[in-house]
Design a protein around this ligand. Structure first.
Ligand SMILES: Cc1cc2nc3c(=O)[nH]c(=O)nc-3n(C[C@H](O)[C@H](O)[C@H](O)COP(=O)(O)O)c2cc1C
Length: 355
């Protein structure tokens, strides 16, 4: 499938092509989660650069989920005005907009509230959520999705990846809860399924709902990740599943799944009208075409879109397009509409990004 082809969904608007901006934490907003001009400019520029969908960074859904300095918030009415401006700005570029909804759980920074998680951890100052506490988390994800819809976003992505709160529930080593949210695999994935249902119930029929999962690491047995994907693809309550693979071409780390690509464990699952996307090391038009050719419906571009605001436009126009390699200069990133806080984060938080 060519990246140029538009992509339709069971709910919400079509994307003009199959290249999506990956969610990218950029630390550019206020300490109160209010959108800054720098964060607005960074994202709107990616819409202008031709992406079919522009997704925000992980935005915290309530104060105790706050994870990064300068993280965008979706935690209440104080965030509405900025989100409304952002949704309108992205829409004006012709891209579909999505707000990524996240709660840091054990990995929250504690800046705005005491840390909570699936289990107690005195050393990290984390208190286990009660059963009612988990139910409240589900309700708070739904409230954040409703806030996004009121602000004019076309959809949200539920962040179930990268070891944040929802992924922490999937951790087979540590989630030994004895209520319905822990213990066996079905219980461990229940919170994610309930969040999907609650988000759907809180939003209208034209609202696009995605889910991001990491199939490896963070204590998640690959077989559990595959079973969860099988379930959410079959349920058809989400519009798309976004697989965060870090390297979309890799083999599974688990020797039990060796000899095939990690991606193929998911593309082979029946999925009806639910779309499947993947992210990780897609750095050229040929890479995008290859991952689409392996049976995905869309691809997400992270690093390549930091380096080229118009990665999408270039890749769609030229099958030979290859993103410039890292590291790049700070001036280059300024020219690509990154503000100082994002450049500082890339310099200090990531290897070999900035010269
Ligand atoms: C600076 C940076 C920030 C990121 N922030 C997020 C985030 O907020 N939410 C998320 O789900 N993934 C996040 N990721 C992961 C990306 O969405 C993407 O999956 C990953 O970078 C692999 O794609 P790439 O090889 O094209 O960069 C981040 C990655 C980078 C490099």
């Amino acid at each position: 499938m060519s990246p140029v082809a538009p992509l339709t969904f069971a709910h919400g608007p079509s994307w003009r092509n199959r290249l999506a901006l990956a969610p990218l934490t950029n630390m550019q907003s206020g300490s109160d989660g209010v959108l800054s001009d720098d964060e607005y400019r960074w994202l709107v520029r990616r819409g202008e650069g031709g992406f079919g969908q522009v997704m925000t960074c992980a935005a915290y859904i309530r104060d105790d989920g706050h994870t990064f300095p300068g993280q965008l918030g979706a935690a209440g009415d104080q965030h509405s005005e900025g989100l409304t401006r952002l949704a309108a700005g992205i829409r004006a570029t012709g891209a579909v907009s999505s707000l990524q909804l996240q709660h840091g759980g054990r990995r929250a920074d504690g800046a705005l509230g005491a840390k909570v998680g699936p289990w107690d951890d005195d050393a990290k100052g984390v208190t286990a959520l009660t059963t009612e506490g988990v139910e409240q988390i589900v309700a708070d994800f739904a409230a954040a999705a409703a806030l996004a819809e009121r602000a004019g976003f076309d959809g949200v992505e539920i962040h179930g990846a990268h070891g944040y709160l929802l992924a922490q529930f999937l951790d087979a080593r540590n989630n030994l809860r004895t209520d319905r949210y822990g213990g066996d695999p079905e219980n461990r994935r229940r919170v994610i399924v309930e969040v999907i249902d609650a988000v759907r119930a809180a939003t209208g029929p034209d609202f696009q709902v995605g889910l991001r999962l990491s199939p490896e690491r963070y204590g998640i047995p690959p077989a559990d990740a595959i079973d969860l994907a099988r379930q959410v693809l079959a349920d058809a309550r989400i519009d798309y599943l976004d697989l965060s693979l870090w390297d979309a071409f890799k083999e599974p780390a688990d020797p039990g799944f060796a000899g095939r690509s990690l991606l193929s464990c998911f593309t082979e699952l029946p999925r009806g009208d639910v779309r499947l996307g993947a992210a990780g090391k897609i750095a050229s038009a040929a890479d995008a075409e290859a991952i689409l050719g392996q049976g995905t419906d869309f691809v997400l571009i992270g690093t390549g879109a930091i380096i080229h605001h118009d990665f999408a436009a270039r890749a769609l126009a030229d099958p030979g397009f290859v993103a410039d390699p890292q590291p790049v200069t700070a001036q280059r990133l300024r020219d690509e509409a990154l503000g100082p806080a994002f450049i500082e984060y890339l310099s200090t938080g990531w290897d070999d990004f900035v010269v």
